[in-house]
Structure formats: C-alpha cells, structure tokens
Ligand binder design. Sequence first.
Ligand code: GDP
Ligand code: IMO
Ligand code: MG
Length: 430
Amino acid sequence: MSNVAVIGSQWGDEGKGKIVDWLSSRADVVVRFQGGHNAGHTLVIDGNEYKLNLLPSGVVRQGKISMIGNGVVISPWALLKEIATIKEKGVKITPENFVIAENANLILPVHQALDAALEMTRGEGKLGTTKRGIGPAYEDKVARRGIRVCDLRHPEILKEKISKMMFHHNILLAGMGADTMDANETYDKLMEIAGDILHYAGVVWRDLDRARTEGKKILFEGAQGTMLDVDHGTYPYVTSSNTVAAQAAIGSGMGVDAVKYVLGITKAYTTRVGTGPFPTEQDNEIGQFLGEKGKEFGTVTGRKRRCGWFDAVMVRQAVRVNGIHGISLTKLDVLDGLEEIKICVGYRLNGEEIDYYPASQVDQAAVEPIYETMDGWSESTYGARSWAELPAAAVKYVRHIEELIGAPVSMLSTSPERDDTILMRDPFVD
Ligand code: GDP
Ligand code: IMO
Ligand code: MG
C-alpha cells in the first residue's frame, strides 16, 4: 500500500490543488477528508484554469475516482453548482467516478446565516471566516444536531430534524438581531435537490476499503493548512476542522495506517487570509512584492492575502504534528529578483528564545521572529523543470529550508502550470 496524504503546512493556499492534480496521474482514487467549500484549489492545465472548492482536484483526470469523505461538510447547493460548472468545461462527473459519503454532514442556509451573524457580533475580534457556514455546520455535527446526506432518503425524519435544529438556531439568531429562518422553507429547498445529491451518495469507507484490498492507490486531498487546524493552529483564528494528516483516516473512514506518505505542501514564503497572528508578516513593500508577484488573492472570497517571509519554526512544527515525510515546495519563482531573502529560524518571547510556536493566543501575537538572511537571485526560476535550471542561490535556499524544517523537498513547483513541477522523490513509490 502506498497511499499519499497531501496537506497544507502553513495557513492554506500553499498550492495543494496543483500538486494533487499532478499526483493524481499516479493515483486511482482521490478523496477529500475535511473542510468544505471554504477551500479554493486552483489547477492550471495547458493554460486552462480550474477553481475547485468541494470537488477533489483529481476530477479533471479521466479514469480516476473522486470521493468526498464523511469528514467534509457539504453545501448541497454549492456542490451541484460546482458540478454543473465543471461539466461545462467538458469534465465527466457520474456516480461511477464521483461518490459522496452518505454519512457526511450538510451545510444548510441557516449555517451560512449564523456564520455571518456571528462574525458581525465579534466586531473587532472577528475571525475573518469565508462565511460559508463551515463553523456552524461542524458545531451542529458535534452537537449531534446535524443533517447528513443519508437523511435526505427519509423525508419524515428530515423534517423533524430540521425543525429541531431551527428551533435551536432561531433563538440565537433572534438574540443577535438577525432574521430567523423558516424550517419548512429549508425542508422544501432540500427536497427539491435531494434526488440530485443522492444520485452521488455512497458508502465511501467501504469503497475505499475495497480499493485498498485491490491494491489501488489512494490520494487524500487536504484543505486549509496546519496553522488553521482547530487543535494545532492559531486558535481561535482557525477553521473548524482538523486539517492535519491524521484526519485523512478519520474523515474518510480508513484505519490509521491508511496513509503511507504525508506530503506537506509548503509555500516558499508565507501567506494568510483572514485575521489572526502572523509573526513574519511584511506589511510593507516586501509584502506587496510577494502579493503582486504571487497573485495572492483569495480563491474563494477574493480577499487580499497577507504576505511575509518563510517561517521555518512554524513549518518544522507542521512537519512534526502531521508526520510529514517530505514537502512540496511551491512558488519558489515568486522570490526571483529579491536581493536578499529572510527566513524565520526562532522566536523571541518575553526576552527568551523559543524554538516552537506557543499555543496561547497572547503568546502567538507576542512572539518576535528571529531572522537569518540569505542572498537572493536575479535569474528566473519560473517554469523550471529541472534542478539544473535553478540558480545556485535558489538551490542553497531550498537546501537550507530542508535543514531547518527537518524534512526533504520531494517536489518543487515553479509556476501554476501542471507540468512546471520538479520531482525529486515520488511519494507513491517506497
Ligand atoms: P490551494 O488552496 O493550496 O490549492 O492553493 P490556491 O489554489 O488557493 O493558491 C495557490 C495559487 O498559486 C494558485 O493560483 C496556483 O495556480 C498558484 N501556484 C501554485 N503553484 C505555483 C508555483 O509554483 N508558482 C506560481 N507562481 N504559482 C503557483
Ligand atoms: P484552501 O484549501 C486559506 C481561513 C479563513 C479564515 C479561517 C476560518 O484553499 O487552502 P472558515 O470559513 O473556514 O470558518 O474560516 O480560515 N480559511 C482559509 N484560508 N485557505 C483556505 O483553504 C481556507 N479555508 C479557510 O480565511 O481565516
Ligand atoms: Mg486555496
């Protein structure tokens, strides 16, 4: 068995979509295991851009099976819209090549209304969510109030569940001064599309178990990144799911040994969209340079991403908490032309040096990065497809990152295009 999990090692948008698409040529099944349509994964194939939110990034390849696991929260409307859009681009999506877990929870309009209302009440302390209803849907899941895909098969129970759920939420919405929601309206809207969703519903854990028995290769596609993980990230400025590699097993219904190789997708600098601490942020001309050159605008919300230097302490922590075997370093080309490049190699907190990112929100905001400065390079690495094409200073930068984070670079990405990728070690091969 040589299954691979692709996860983000920073704050998301590391280029997971591109790498999953590239690796999917070597896989049989691609499965999403957490998050929802807060994710925005971009693939560029021969100049054609695909932006995926819920669909696994393997869908564009013929002959592959794509799955949405139980750990994902699914907005049925967003999913159907995305399927329609991608079909218009000539991609085939049928129940034979696309399955959604019948035990996945749904995101309903009330979750989106709650997400927006809660952000309003937070005022200055808002989290900067994508307002897709992700947090409230996960809250309902653990509160055992959630509506699942399989509930769409049983209208009577569905009606009762929605009514109970709405009773709970309407008290909260009214308390926040927001409009309350009508349970019957949600029920009717859901019943209109129930058949379209059930068309793709299946028993994902069993399909994956069968795939494993048949020696098929499974690629787990993570969304968001380690610093947005609800346990290991910059809490409370995080998403509401576990984004770390261990979630691949839970969120798809496989055993803990399902993943053989954890590939951490890592940007050659750092970005973050939304609020929260960001020690290496460059709110200056460096940040502007990175943002413009890297086209750092959110795929989902269009918001400008905050940019800063590479934080080796944070990525080293991500290597440990995920069990990362190797990283895929992306967007190295964005650093082309910088005279010097800084890397954060430690933090200073209350006069002391520390070598990890502390958990407290107060300490996370207070740490000051300790930088090392390296020479930049003036040559272009954009589109490079071999090590030999990289300038010596770029090679030195990559090697130093490996050393600092304690994991090798397995892949290097040098442009948004699928094939502008250098493979050092195939994660699917032992
Ligand atoms: P994801 O959420 O991790 O899948 O990443 P996004 O798709 O949100 O953001 C990554 C952006 O960088 C996308 O626009 C990609 O097309 C682009 N990208 C990916 N790899 C590279 C790279 O190596 N170089 C450059 N210049 N752009 C890249
Ligand atoms: P991909 O998969 C970057 C951020 C939001 C916000 C926080 C909580 O494309 O890397 P949520 O809507 O999840 O409750 O928002 O998480 N966020 C992301 N940032 N990339 C993502 O996904 C993200 N998904 C959520 O901006 O700060
Ligand atoms: Mg993204």
